[in-house]
Design a protein around this ligand. Structure first.
Ligand SMILES: [Zn+2]
Length: 418
């Protein structure tokens, strides 16, 4: 172990109450994607870093300009503004490899308040956990990275290569923040995204493509319904075909994805049809997400989906003449994986094991998309390693504080290799 790590760990441990308070503070800022608070939280973090004398790059993201680019990763909420933030701790050796910690500060909406036992924006601490929307996904992980970074900075400890802390927005609906950070020119030789993994090492993500189906029908008075065509009935022809497509795409999956019952899920999340209770519905609009396999190009995934829908339409007299249309909109997450040639996975695994003892963390893939694919596509080996798991996007979201502290200690050691 690098002897320079000890004073940093001492500072980190002494700052544990501050770590918890910082996490609660961040949870209390309701930084739902597209809200004013999404920008507010970036400025809040930037002000903290600036007050500590940390070198930061805080810039307004040219949202409209980036959104018009062909490789833009998608966006599902309206944004008039968004901010990028990167903090930098300069390394002692300009030629040494740099490391980035990456974490998103946006969260999804809390859902129905009645489903929560506490205020989703309380940041309450109870039974060793911090509670609230975003506690797990992923303000807990962000704070672990922030506190590791600050402990290095405060003790005047310089890693050999630059250490970057990227605070990003828009992750939940596509990846605007990380995309903008890369467009800004920020690069590193490796990146740890502190998304919740329960301190396992997540080295690959399936992708997820948001789609919209428009199923046509023919309106008629419901009292003479046989003179119309119900778009709802026509959708009933399509849905099982999509379930079958999902099954066929999950028959053989990469070994890293075998822990999931469905590695590449296809789900319809919203269905809207008709405009009047006693009218045969002439349109059904269904929106969903379509899982992309590891190493599968997005274009071929889309083509398989579209041809499956087209074949189902060809088998029905009405849909043959009035086919279902497929639109790709919103988040378009390609799959991604840490490149095989990188030693990053092994570095995180062995560092975690050396610091915390016990069994080595599992190396896994996950069925959801993340910013990992934007980083690996830019040539930056990336993994996810962070506190908490399974409680994102749900009521009573929480994160284990022990895991937040443990993650921060691993990150210090990663920044200070032998
Ligand atoms: Zn997340």
């Amino acid at each position: 172990m690098n002897h320079a790590a000890q004073p940093v760990l001492d500072a980190l441990r002494a700052a544990r109450p501050e770590t918890v308070a910082t996490l609660s503070d961040l949870i209390r800022i309701p930084s739902v994607g597209g809200s004013a608070a999404e920008s507010e939280i970036v400025h809040h973090v930037a002000a903290r870093l600036r007050a500590e004398g940390v070198e930061i790059d805080l810039w307004p993201i040219p949202v409209a300009e980036l959104a018009a680019r062909p490789d833009f990763p998608g966006m599902e909420v309206h944004r008039d503004e968004a901010w990028g933030l990167v903090a930098r701790l300069p390394g002692s050796d300009p030629g040494a490899p740099s490391l980035m910690f990456n974490g998103h500060l946006d969260v999804v909406p809390p859902g129905q308040p009645a489903t929560w036992s506490i205020d989703p924006w309380s940041g309450e601490v109870r039974d060793g956990h911090a509670y609230g929307r975003g506690a797990c996904d992923m303000k807990g992980g962000f704070v672990a990275a922030l506190q590791a970074f600050l402990a290095l900075h405060r003790t005047g400890t310089r890693p050999r290569g630059d250490l970057l802390l990227a605070a990003v927005v828009g992750e939940e609906d596509g990846g605007l923040g990380t995309y903008a950070t890369l467009e800004r020119g920020w690069r590193a030789d490796a990146c740890v995204i502190t998304e919740p993994t329960a301190l396992d090492v997540l080295a690959a993500n399936g992708g997820a493509l948001t789609f919209r189906l428009r199923v046509p029908g023919l309106a008629a008075h419901a009292c003479a319904r046989t003179s119309g065509v119900s778009a709802v009935e026509k959708f009933q022809l399509i849905f099982p075909v999509l379930r079958a497509l999902e099954a066929s795409r999950n028959r053989a999956v990469d070994p890293m994805m075998r822990r999931w019952d469905i590695a590449y899920p296809l789900e319809i999340g919203t269905v809207r049809a008709g405009d009047w209770a006693s009218t045969v519905p002439d349109l059904l609009v269904a929106e969903g997400r379509f899982g992309v396999a590891l190493d599968e190009p997005v274009d071929s995934a889309r083509a398989e989906f579209e041809s499956t829908v087209a074949q189902a339409c060809a088998a029905d007299p009405w849909l043959k003449e009035h086919p279902v249309t497929v639109e790709w909109w919103g988040g378009q997450f390609a799959s991604g994986r840490c490149p095989a040639g990188s030693d990053l996975v092994q570095r995180v695994v062995s560092t975690h094991a050396a610091v915390h003892g016990g069994a080595e963390p599992a190396v896994v893939g996950a069925p959801y998309g993340s910013d990992l694919r934007l980083l690996t596509a830019a040539g930056i080996p990336a993994v996810q390693y962070g506190p908490g798991v399974g409680y994102g996007h749900c009521p009573d979201e929480r994160v284990s504080l022990d895991q937040v502290h443990a993650c921060a200690e691993t990150l210090v050691h990663l920044a200070l290799p032998e």
